[in-house]
Design a protein around this ligand. Structure first.
Ligand code: PLP
Length: 491
């Protein structure tokens, strides 16, 4: 690693990225390539001789960029977006530049200490109870993804309970979520050795905006307990993936606590928004939960990856996940005065994620971050109003945070087709066709969900570069495709 060569190539890469961002709107948002396109372009074997950075960047432009779906495009409204920023990106660059592996405190004290401090800052921004902070006996840790956060907590909960009741009871342990809970929960439960027969996906209804309620949880738990099973873990979601529904965290915790269960609040997307005081009530009740996580890489100007997990009892993680081989022994650990994050997570080696988050918070400040989130919610409200105004469409569930779920309505389809009756399935197919036709021309990108048999198009505002005129444009694109589709149906 020659510093002068690094400087030269570094400038080239930054220039390349600056140009990319400058011209990002010229690319089709969803990649238009066919599966396997890259194998046809690249050599079968790795090159024996070095290739210059100029050549590599030129190849990136011709071979890689066409295969990218442009998550940072202002016309990106799919899934939950991933908000990048100058500070986040350069923070990531610095962290990679230092390339420290902070598994324990001594391996890179700044990495551990900055993480603990930033997690406490975040807890304060979110008005989390003191019990989730280091001074209150809890604390926070940064992981790659929510999957890791849930797997970590479920594993700790499992071991805590099995230590009391005996490991032979593992097949009696039951985990609970709703039919809207992210699939990562059940994947984690499976990896943690919970029998798939004991996964409960409690049904939610449209009438309750697909939110999980305490009474349905209680009924499900009681049936399990009566059958001799043992409740272990509940995931309450604030901002579900399909519709950003919000589970009733407080009442769910009240029920779960009667059965000594571990409650994790998964606010992967919406937790970011909860730094705004006017949205904070969405996580009311979190003080009764055992753990809480959100993905800063979704909506906090912090590049992938950065899942922030807060726990009330870090020792529950440490008891289950700590390792102490000779080659990692050191005096600082022996004093018990330092955090060794390797014992709070699944992996040993870990990235210096807090650096980018620290740079984001310092570069922009809390007020700006709140206003950034508010502007996205405002743009979603604006989009929602345009949908409501066009009687051919309907809002499927009330907007939540910056996500609008909508579709072409059955009455619009009936009117143009002249038919008297329309199956729900046919309406779903028509909306699928609408979404595919919108996405296939690459001007904007949205994705869908299917909830309670209803296919809906999700419009998620969250890309950093999105401005109000992009939202107006997106709606125009949707309307044009809808007009063309309805005209076809009327023929
Ligand atoms: N939970 C919710 C509510 C999500 O929306 C998502 C992803 O969108 C996840 C969990 C999974 O997050 P990750 O990819 O970080 O594991």
């Amino acid at each position: 690693l020659d510093p002068e060569e690094f400087r030269k190539q570094g400038y080239m890469v930054i220039d390349f990225l600056a140009e990319y961002y400058k011209s990002i709107e010229k690319y089709p948002v969803r990649s238009q390539v066919e599966a396997g396109y890259l194998r046809k372009k690249l050599p079968v074997s790795a090159p024996n001789d070095p290739v210059s950075m100029e050549t590599i960047l030129a190849d990136i432009q011709t071979d890689i960029v066409p295969g990218l779906t442009h998550w940072q495009s202002p016309n990106y409204f799919a899934y939950f977006p991933s908000s990048g920023s100058t500070a986040g990106l350069l923070g990531e660059t610095l962290a990679s530049g230092f390339n420290v592996v902070g598994f324990n405190w001594i391996s890179s004290p700044a990495s551990t200490e900055l993480e603990s401090i930033v997690m406490d800052w975040l807890a304060e921004m979110l008005s989390l109870p003191k019990s989730f902070t280091f001074s209150g006996g809890g604390g926070g840790v940064m992981m790659g993804t929510t999957c890791e956060a849930i797997l970590t907590t479920i594993t700790a909960a499992r071991d805590g309970l099995l230590d009391k009741i005996g490991r032979h009871n593992i097949n009696k342990l039951v985990v609970y979520g709703s039919d809207q809970t992210h699939c990562s929960f059940f994947k984690s439960a499976k990896i943690a050795g919970i029998s798939p027969a004991n996964f409960r996906t409690i049904k939610t209804t449209k009438a309750n905006a697909f939110s999980l309620r305490g009474d349905s949880l209680r009924a499900t738990i009681e049936a399990d307990v009566n059958a001799g099973l043992i409740p272990l873990f509940l995931v309450a979601t604030v901002g579900t993936t399909s519709t950003a529904a919000v589970d009733a965290v407080g009442p769910l915790c009240d029920v779960a606590k009667e059965y000594n269960m571990w409650v994790h609040v998964d606010a992967a997307y919406a937790g970011n928004g909860c730094i705004c005081p006017e949205l904070r009530h969405m996580i009311d009740g979190v003080e009764k939960a055992d753990s809480f996580s959100f993905n800063a890489h979704k909506w906090f100007l912090t590049t992938l990856d950065c899942c922030c997990l807060f726990v009330k009892d870090p020792n529950a993680l440490v008891r289950c996940l700590s390792t102490n081989p000779e080659y990692l022994k050191n005096k600082a650990t022996d004093t018990n005065q330092v955090v060794d994050y390797k014992d709070w997570q699944l992996t040993l080696s870990r990235r210096f994620r807090s650096l980018k988050m620290w740079m984001v918070i310092r570069s922009y400040g809390v007020d700006f971050l709140r206003n950034f989130l508010r502007s996205h919610v405002g743009m979603a409200i604006y989009f929602e109003k345009m949908v409501v105004k066009d009687t051919r469409f309907e809002i499927v569930v009330p907007r939540s945070f910056a996500l609008v779920c909508f579709r072409l309505s059955g009455s619009a389809v009936l009117e143009c087709s002249g038919q008297k009756f329309l199956e729900e399935e046919t309406l779903n197919e028509i909306n699928t066709e609408l979404l595919e036709s919108v996405n296939s021309d690459g001007k904007i990108y949205m994705t869908h969900s299917l909830v309670d048999g209803i296919f809906m198009i999700r419009f998620a505002v969250g890309a950093t570069l999105t401005e109000i005129h992009h939202v107006t444009y997106a709606w125009k694109v949707v309307q044009e495709h809808a007009t063309a589709l309805l005209a076809r149906l009327s023929m």
